[in-house]
Design a protein around this ligand. Structure first.
Ligand SMILES: [Mg+2]
Length: 292
């Protein structure tokens, strides 16, 4: 009589990728602490699951943080999807030229910052619009506005594919500005304090780009999880198989079209660990039934 074994669900055998927002998600919004997530980060590293930061921060801001979090072997997504960093294991011999001395290839998925600044100047003149970009602020102004230290503010100003700005005009002006930028193929995205002007890219398109890269290298579609707390995380949360909306401190609605959605009760890194517990702990028990 043939043996009848029950196959574990397909999901138990697929490689996994975890994408995460930083501020208000993996990092505490106020204290930048991540201790509650530490145990999961160690465990995911041991399991070989890349934890990929997906942030509005610049490459220069992300690199030291990534080192501190122990995520050196994983790719990263900076400036809301405009910039992707690939460690050597994620590089493609034919596609990635110009690998840096650190073995990392950096790809721009949006448009060059020079073009964005040029178009901003054009629309300011045409619409007589009143706004101040981050690159126009003095270091002191930026520090006062954001509470960043001087070294942090310097790193935040090293933009490659997006320009944050403070809008100082009315709503009607903002809509005209948005329409003008759209005609140039540029997007206006709401952040916390700033509006961000980027090319035709966002966190979701960059996550899709990395998933496709993984498939091209490994010949397998990974099982993907993403965690985020803000409106600018919605496209990322919709691009993956499973998602966690982390309880935010901002009061803004975050409602992705995502059937596999968990909303954490805790905020920041506590909520992050709670979300990973929810989705991945159950898959882990499918991989290691003896451990149940
Ligand atoms: Mg956030």
């Amino acid at each position: 009589m043939p043996s009848t074994s029950v196959s574990p669900p397909d999901s138990a055998w697929r490689s996994r990728l975890l994408f995460t927002d930083l501020d208000g998600s993996l990092l505490d919004h106020h204290r930048y602490d991540w201790a509650p997530a530490r145990q999961w980060l160690v465990q995911l590293k041991a399991l070989g699951v890349p934890v990929i930061p997906v942030s509005c921060k610049t490459r220069s801001e992300l690199l030291p943080l990534r080192r501190e979090l122990g995520l050196d072997e994983a790719p990263f997504i900076a400036e809301n999807g405009a910039v992707v960093g690939l460690p050597s294991a994620w590089c493609h011999a034919r596609l990635d030229r110009g690998v840096g001395a650190d073995g990392m290839a950096v790809r721009s998925l949006g448009v060059d910052i020079g073009l964005i600044r040029q178009r901003l100047a054009v629309w300011r003149a045409r619409l007589d619009a009143c706004f101040t970009t981050m690159s126009e602020m003095s270091l002191d102004e930026l520090m006062t506005l954001t509470g960043m230290s001087a070294p942090q503010a310097r790193l935040a100003r090293m933009r490659e594919g997006s320009e944050p700005l403070i809008w100082q005009d009315d709503e009607a002006g903002l809509e005209a500005f948005r329409a003008g930028l759209a005609g140039d193929g540029l997007r206006l995205v709401r952040g916390g304090r700033f509006w961000h002007v980027t090319g035709d890219c966002h966190k979701g398109s960059a996550v899709n780009w990395l998933i496709e890269r993984f498939e091209a290298l490994r010949g397998q579609r990974p099982l993907t999880l993403a965690l985020g707390d803000g409106p600018n995380d919605i496209a990322m949360l919709e691009a993956v198989d499973q998602a966690v909306v982390i309880c935010g401190c901002h009061g803004l609605a975050v409602s992705p079209h995502q059937p596999a959605l968990y909303r954490s009760e805790a905020s920041g890194p506590e909520g992050w660990a709670e979300g990973v517990d929810h989705w991945w702990a159950q898959l882990q028990s499918l991989d290691n039934p003896a451990a149940i």
